[in-house]
Design a protein around this ligand. Sequence first.
Ligand SMILES: [Zn+2]
Length: 292
Amino acid sequence: MKKYRRKKKYILSKSLLILALLFALKTFLAGGTDPMPLRGVSGELTVDFLDVGQGSCALITLDGHAMLYDCGPDDKGTYIQYYLQKQGISRLDYVIGSHPDADHIGGMDVVLTKFECDTVLMPDLERDTAAYRDVKEALRYRGYRSIQPLAGTVYDFGDAQFVVLAPIQLYPEEPNNNSIVIRLKYGSNTFLFTGDAQTEEERDILESGAYLRSQVYLAGHHGSRNASSPEFLEAVHPEYAVISCGAQNDYGHPHEETLKRLQGTGAEVFRTDLQGNIRVVSDGEKLNWYSQ
Ligand SMILES: [Zn+2]
């Protein structure tokens, strides 16, 4: 509102008054006390790592396109719905449930029910849980079918693309290791999302020979010690790592040794439990970070 107040003493003519009002409107639309910039600037890819407590949810937008990588736990579905609606989003190009654990697909039934979802990606793994049944029910209700993406498949997202790197093999006993792993590229900026992939799935990806180097790394399994193995981090070589976890969570995430490993790469570490919602904006060359 600063610009508006500065203008006030100059209100001598109608045109200046209109100008002042336009400034006020622009400031208001920019979110009032919200330090995050207005979404939707042409040619800018935005990733919001939402603070969904102990869970994970990333909203990615670019030129009117929107996608979700994970949908947080059950009690955050409505929060995610309002967050998206507040930003004028009614349609999602992709909804990815990295793996069928409640802290990743708990809010997915709300998302599927409230938004037009073009493509729903989930791994080929069923779970006998309320969260999984709710997602199945929402898919049925909407007439959607989830797709099990094959490693190596490339999907377009506006002028960006993401490639699916895993799962490469199924681990029926360990849902985390069936996580859909994607590497998103926009211009020269790169982002890696690994869900709750643990050391075994990380090894599969390394052995596949996939190119992993990524500037932004959503730390696997909420910064758990059984993810972000040294070999994997060496290949990713992130400049920034984001940890999505709940404050004082029962699992002790992020684990101290993982934090050290992440910091050891030289990456700057962001945490939703400490910083709330975290946003990174890419113009295809530079990355700018914001938190709320
Ligand atoms: Zn998880």
